[in-house]
Design a protein around this ligand. Sequence first.
Ligand code: UDX
Ligand code: UDX
Length: 458
Amino acid sequence: MKFKKNILCIGAGYVGGPTMAVIAAKCPQYKVTVVDINEKRIREWESENLPIYEPGLDDIVKMARGRNLFFSKEIEKGINEADIIFVSVNTPTKTFGQGAGRAADLQYWERTARQILANSDSGKIIVEKSTLPVRTAEAMEKILNLNQEKIGFEVVSNPEFLSEGTAVKDLEKPDRVLIGSRETEAGIKARKEIVEVYANWVPRERIIESNVWSAELSKLTANAFLAQRISSINSISALCEKTEADIDEVAYAVGTDSRIGNKFLKASVGFGGSCFKKDILNLVYICQNYGLYEVADYWESVVKINEWQEGRFVRNMLAGMFNTVAGKKITVFGFAFKANTGDIRESPAIYVTRGLLEERAMVVISDPKALENAKKDLEDVKEGVSFEKDPYRAAEGSHAIAILTEWDIYRDLDYERILQSMATPAFIFDGRNILDHKKLFKIGFNVFAIGKSPLKHF
Ligand code: UDX
Ligand code: UDX
């Protein structure tokens, strides 16, 4: 079959895989190939067991795979044949040298640019899919245009906004798709080609076009704003605990103002996930580089409040349990950074668990999907931690339960049965405000929630 265009994606990760699967499913006229340096990952994408779990992903991959969706190890051949290349390699926070702990590590990114250059005989559109510092496209263009043969490359920014657990839905029905390019004739032509891909299923008014720098910066800004809302409500949760105001009531009252809106106002033990912290620190670093120290400090405070909220949770546990947890068994319900995923990257559960271990508690971790990842993360811990999937068994004999992920299963447990099996006095620390606190108090628990007055029997 003759395809209209060849699309290649470099990086078969969490972003590249689902995005390409949806493009292939919606656009049978394009041939979509996904490559990765990690050959095991490619084999998994070709198998029955995909390397990542997302609701709906299996079906669309099965539908398009072999028709116009291909996973391949041949990166160089893929580059050469492609008209459009999406780059979706990872851009972690730098762990060394200048900007360590804040700046984005662009080594994979630059290597990929050079690889594209070395294997291209014809002009291509390069699409930035990974989250990148604003003005990365400039560096990318400089590398690509080093070629002697005067092959033309256009760099376009098309950031992803998908959220784990709803990635397929976010791709099929996005709030918006953002496509930025240079505002030259060639830049606008390239931008239109990418618009044409998405217009196969996304309503035209939802496809936003902009200059390339705006597109790059909008991604970082969107994540910073989302995280800022969580830090804002979490900061107020601390004040609620001092004043008998109730954070859920405050969030509801505030969120019903249509100018504010009700999303991302759920107070919690803190936000986690691979993006928020990384992207904000990256934004902070960029601002510092431009000498915008006040702007940098403003955004950095969003991360600081989050770390403070995680620490505060541990301190509240300690204070609630008579200032000592040494030797006490504490059960953690939920280790994933949010419900419906096994992902634990930057999960507040990591921080809370380590904080409790420092206080010499015996921590039992329970989670329906994240136990393997939790074990890996806590590999260095020699004693004091164990893992038990079954929440009833996990809670047996413990002094306290800490809810750290909002999994539905934790709402519906038989807490009377759990209480019978626990040491007394029994405590629940609800880090996600998902339980019926009054009911738990009535049956005998001492209940501490985020942004609420504690319910204590003593
Ligand atoms: C993405 C984005 O790329 C990142 O910028 C954003 O902030 C978060 O989401 P993600 O898809 O989650 O990253 O990363 P990951 O699952 O680690 O996938 C990246 C893939 O790129 C890996 O499979 C890795 O093997 C591959 N890769 C990396 C290459 O193929 N070539 C390289 O040179 C480097
Ligand atoms: C986020 C962005 O939502 C997405 O657009 C971007 O592309 C990648 O980063 P993700 O990390 O998958 O997605 O998770 P998200 O649903 O945004 O949650 C992030 C963290 O915030 C989780 O730990 C979650 O529990 C927490 N959260 C979220 C709250 O504590 N309160 C809220 O009201 C919402």
